[in-house]
Design a binder for this molecule. Structure first.
Ligand code: ADP
Length: 166
């Protein structure tokens, strides 16, 4: 049978417990899950592409018993072109509150017009991670708030290191 490849794209700046939860759940419904770290030159990131990738890889290693079918790649092109190159048949997205819906609905519609063979599959954020976003994690951390329960410990350390330096 054909290998089912899933692509989970995002900026992961940095990876949070919410992302990790989606990765764990998505890895169970595909044969191979590729986490696509978007290199968007127009977006200002706290962590550069190498740091974001390294933080994700670290989590894959820590959770290797359940995430052995998962790997990280970076991409700098149209999402659908990248998905085609990888021979991915599904794109995975996480869906939090209603606020995600509008953007995701539009993006899915546009992507389907570009290639209707690639299906976008949404995984509902778990109740525990519903409110976690990389953006708020960075903002809270910048203001010296406690983000320990939102990100893995290794990411927490890196955030503190980075924001204390700046
Ligand atoms: P963010 O939106 O936090 O900046 P990304 O652009 O890296 O994060 O998001 C990548 C994907 O992960 C998107 O589909 C986004 O909706 C999803 N996602 C982000 N945070 C969560 C979460 N807490 N629970 C479920 N999905 C999430």
């Amino acid at each position: 049978m054909k290998e089912k490849i899933g692509l989970y794209p995002g900026s992961f700046d940095p990876i949070t417990n919410g992302h990790l939860d989606i990765i764990c759940r998505a890895s169970k419904i595909v044969d191979t899950l590729i986490i696509g770290v978007a290199i968007n030159e127009n977006k200002k990131h706290l962590f550069d592409m190498n740091e974001r990738t390294k933080l994700i890889n670290e989590q894959l290693l820590i959770n290797k018993s359940k995430l052995s079918n998962t790997k990280v790649l970076t991409f700098n092109e149209l999402l659908m072109s990248f998905a085609e190159k990888l021979k991915a048949s599904i794109i995975i997205r996480g869906l939090r509150a209603v606020s995600d819906f509008d953007y995701e609905f539009q993006m899915t519609g546009m992507n389907a017009r570009l290639n209707s063979d690639i299906e976008t599959v949404f995984l509902m954020a778990s109740e525990k991670h519903q409110f976690i976003s990389s953006r708020f994690v960075k903002e809270i951390c910048l203001l010296k708030g406690d983000v320990k329960s939102f990100v893995p410990p290794e990411v927490h350390n890196k955030l503190k290191e980075k924001l204390n330096k700046n």
